[in-house]
Design a protein around this ligand. Structure first.
Ligand SMILES: Nc1ncnc2c1ncn2[C@@H]1O[C@H](COP(=O)(O)OP(=O)(O)O)[C@@H](O)[C@H]1O
Ligand SMILES: [Mg+2]
Length: 230
């Protein structure tokens, strides 16, 4: 029986270090047939990533199609935690989707994550919807400036831990331990430089984002896949 593995990618770094640019490159390489994006800050850098929705109900209806690239522009006039809960519930119901949550620390804390998000992170690799035998899975990309403000199970579940420069010593120490590098390296990385560790790697890899070469991905480990089928 084929085993499958949905991927969890975590991207960190201070503002402007290249998180969103890196995530965009990952998405471009994965080419997910079903993509949903939580665009917290209405980031101009995400303008090319999926069809924008300002209406959450319309966004969720768009997920009923077999394929979609949908980006939800969070409504800051009303409680965005409630919107995030619905976003995560909709991801769960949709299944077989890549969900990208940008500015993750706005909606999670180290020891407190919304239940629907927790379920996506902790059980989303392989699950069944009630009354169905079809296997479902979620691939998840989360990005944020501060590791200390992200829920620990998300970081612990990451298949790819990727970071640019961090501006804060406790964050750098925590992530350096997971990456297997000196925390001072994380405090001094120039913009667009990164250190990452993929599941199964002992040593972290280092690199710099480039934007010119069309076919190259930034990751030394090659093209990321939405699922590993073996
Ligand atoms: N397509 C691109 N070409 C050249 N530079 C880019 C491109 N996309 C992003 N950048 C550079 O990457 C920097 C980091 O942007 P971004 O990934 O949005 O940062 P972050 O998400 O970490 O705040 C930007 O300041 C910009 O200089
Ligand atoms: Mg960003």
């Amino acid at each position: 029986m084929a085993s499958s593995k949905a991927l969890v990618l975590a991207a960190f770094g201070a503002r402007g270090t290249g998180k969103t640019a890196w995530v965009k490159q990952q998405i471009a390489a994965i080419k997910p047939p079903r993509l949903m994006v939580w665009d917290f800050k209405h980031d101009p850098a995400l303008a090319s990533v999926g069809k924008p929705f300002t209406d959450l109900a319309a966004f969720i209806r768009a997920l009923e199609k077999p394929t979609f690239q949908a980006r939800y522009l969070v409504d800051h006039r009303v409680d965005f935690h409630a919107q995030f809960e619905l976003f995560c519930l909709a991801a769960w119901e949709a299944g077989r989707v890549l969900m990208f949550v940008d500015e993750l620390p706005e909606v999670t804390k180290a020891n407190k994550a919304p239940p629907a998000w927790r379920r996506c992170v902790n059980i989303g690799r392989d699950y069944r919807l009630a009354g169905s035998k079809d296997p479902q899975w979620l691939s998840i990309i989360g990005a944020g400036q501060r590791t200390k403000e992200c829920d620990k199970s998300f970081i612990g579940n990451a298949d790819v831990l990727h970071t640019g420069r961090l501006s804060n010593v406790p964050d750098a120490k925590e992530l350096a331990q997971s990456l297997g590098c000196d925390y001072r390296d994380l405090l001094t990385l120039p913009d667009l430089h990164w250190i990452e560790r993929r599941a199964g790697q002992i040593e972290p890899t280092r690199g710099k984002l480039t934007f010119s070469a069309k076919k190259t991905t930034p990751a030394a480990a090659g093209k990321p896949r939405l699922r590993d089928d073996s």
